[in-house]
Design a binder for this molecule. Structure first.
Ligand code: PLP
Length: 380
């Protein structure tokens, strides 16, 4: 099976993990801070707070903003459920914005229509690894005096102009799940330039426990107190050792993903009922996903044909407002985000990862061409 995405692990990664296993620190030790510094330096953000998943990173952002009952947070409908769930963890209400049909990125027009006095933040998702239209979204956020955030789980290493994802909004969440740009097994990070938000997230990931150095001196080294409700969202040194190594190869991996994407773009130029998503000008796309749209109701059959041929195509994503949980909780339904819903019936994610060979890619292209030609005959 050729999967749609997979991790890349080399001997240096393995050696770095083994070193930690032989050291005194398994959980929060020197590697956590080192990995945070590495991601901050890589993106150009002032602060980075490491946690144990991308979902925890999203939750930490919502907690840092004190999102709570009665608050609305605008999120795109076309994303992984965790983007919206992080709002619900805090008791808030995710409000689903539609997406641009050519990029599947959150539509500023849709956001504008959904803003209310209860809107406390906007979360943009850099879907597939492509940065959103941040100048336009920032304008809307500024007009309403609310922060703009990024779910950058697809997009570590992507850029808008010469600025990296991680510095484009108030806070950015990253994931280090194995299919993501770099992995720690499970893991996540938030980057921000705001020292106060970073400090709040450091407390949040550790049960809400504060240890004040001065009080500790006065009252003995045992002093600590819990100021807020927090969680155990700590990532461990074993994982961070892997992350530090992975990050060193990220630029090379992104170049390879861009090469693969360019070959796909070229191969799919002239097919009637198949088109690929577009890349906005000025963007260095991270290509976590390479997504095509297959028209005429043929996507499911093309999906099955490719799966039968050992090609692990996938569908990213079921629009979040169509999940039973949100239908029950918020009475969401079909028709609320027409572009996301139309895309959902047509999208297919093709294999893209650094170790994918040209030969494997040629096989994917040939199989897809054949499946699409059969689909065209069926549709005619
Ligand atoms: C992967 C992903 C997440 C969740 O990250 P985990 O590390 O799996 O918790 C959130 N949002 C998006 C867009 C993702 O792709």
């Amino acid at each position: 099976m050729i999967p749609y995405g997979r991790q890349q692990i080399d001997e240096a990664d393995i050696a770095a993990v083994v070193d930690v296993l032989r050291s005194d620190w398994l959980t929060t030790g020197p590697r956590v801070a080192e990995f945070e510094r590495a991601v901050a330096d890589y993106t150009g953000a002032a602060h980075a707070v490491a946690v144990n998943s991308g979902t925890a990173a999203l939750h930490a952002m919502m907690a840092a903003l004190e999102i709570g009952p009665g608050d609305e947070v605008i999120v795109p409908a076309m994303t992984f459920a965790a983007t919206a769930n992080s709002v619900v963890y805090q008791g808030g209400t995710p409000v689903f914005a539609d997406v641009d049909p050519d990029t599947l990125l959150i539509s500023a027009e849709s956001v504008e229509r959904l803003l209310t006095p209860r809107t406390k933040a906007i979360v943009a998702v850099d879907y597939a690894g492509q940065p959103c239209d941040y100048p336009r979204l920032q304008q809307l956020a500024d007009q309403h005096g609310i922060p703009l955030l990024t779910d950058g789980c697809h997009a570590l290493g992507a850029k808008l102009g010469n600025r990296s994802v991680g510095t484009l909004t108030t806070m950015t969440a990253f994931s280090f799940h194995p299919v993501k740009p770099v992995t720690t097994g499970e893991g996540g990070m938030v980057t921000t330039n705001d020292a106060n938000l970073a400090a709040r997230m450091r407390v949040f990931r550790n049960h809400g426990i504060v240890t004040d150095a001065r009080q500790r001196e006065e009252q003995g080294t045992w002093f600590y107190e819990m100021q807020e409700l927090g969680y155990n969202y700590r990532i461990c040194d074993v994982q961070c050792a892997l992350g530090i190594q992975q990050l060193r190869r990220l630029d090379e991996w992104i170049s390879r993903r861009q090469e693969i994407a360019a070959r796909y773009d070229q191969a799919f130029g002239e097919l009637g009922n198949l088109r690929h998503l577009s890349c906005r000008p000025g963007v260095s796309h991270g290509y976590h996903l390479y997504v095509v749209r297959i028209a005429d109701g043929q996507r499911n059959r093309v999906f099955s044909e490719l799966r039968d041929a050992g090609i692990g195509v996938n569908v990213h994503y079921v629009p979040v407002h169509l999940h039973p949980f949100y239908r029950r909780r918020q009475q969401t339904q079909e028709g609320m985000c027409p572009h996301a819903e139309a895309a959902f019936s047509e999208i297919l994610s093709l294999p893209v990862y650094p170790a994918l060979t040209d030969m494997q890619q040629d096989l994917v292209i040939a199989r897809l061409h054949a499946a699409v030609r059969t689909a065209q005959r069926r549709a005619a």
